[in-house]
Ligand binder design. Structure first.
Ligand code: GDP
Ligand code: MG
Length: 164
């Protein structure tokens, strides 16, 4: 398979909701509590005649914080290996957390194109809050998205297919 895009990020940022929005499906399991998506889910996306495979990561095992962090790191490393493009999702309502930093640390060492998505930008008043994510040192471009309403996802999809 080619044209593989992986969605990564710490639990609860909205990876599965974004996956569902982009694939317009219910293939990933979304839950109110964090870390419940057990397996990696694959979906096919067609955007203006361009196709790619989207992966929703986040099959986390329960355990101590250390194991949890380790599992996230593992997921990100696998995503880097198998994807042509990475979508790194963060949550505008919480800003940068320790786990976001850890994910960013792994991603920064990867030689892959990364699209940084500030999710939960449900209204435009939240856009300024996204600028904190420049501090992750991942990208000087931030895509403001609301996976719940779908706003910003068209621009994101344009950018995805432009980078494949
Ligand atoms: P994951 O653990 O990263 O896969 O996150 P989920 O997709 O399971 O979402 C975690 C929580 O965030 C759920 O309660 C979602 O409804 C919520 N959520 C996801 N995207 C958005 C969004 O764009 N806006 C808001 N307000 N909530 C969202
Ligand atoms: Mg999930």
């Amino acid at each position: 398979m080619s044209n593989i895009v992986a969605i990564v990020g710490r639990p609860n940022v909205g990876k599965s909701t974004l996956f569902n929005r982009l694939t317009e499906s219910r293939q990933a399991i979304v839950d109110e509590s964090s870390g419940v998506t057990r397996d990696r889910h694959y979906g096919l996306v067609d955007w203006n005649g361009r196709q790619f495979t989207l992966i929703d990561t986040g099959g986390y095992i329960k355990g101590s914080d250390d194991i949890f962090e380790d599992e996230i790191r593992k997921q990100v490393i696998i995503a880097i290996e198998e994807a042509d493009l990475i979508i790194f999702v963060v949550d505008v309502t919480l800003g940068i957390t320790d786990l976001d930093q850890q994910v960013a640390n792994v991603l920064r060492r990867a030689n892959k194109k990364i699209l940084l998505v500030s999710n939960k930008v449900d209204n435009t008043s939240r856009i300024p809050d996204s600028s904190v994510f420049y501090g992750l040192g991942i990208s000087d471009e931030i895509y403001n998205v609301s996976s719940v309403s779908g706003s910003g996802t068209g621009e994101l999809l344009d950018e995805v297919v432009n980078n494949l």
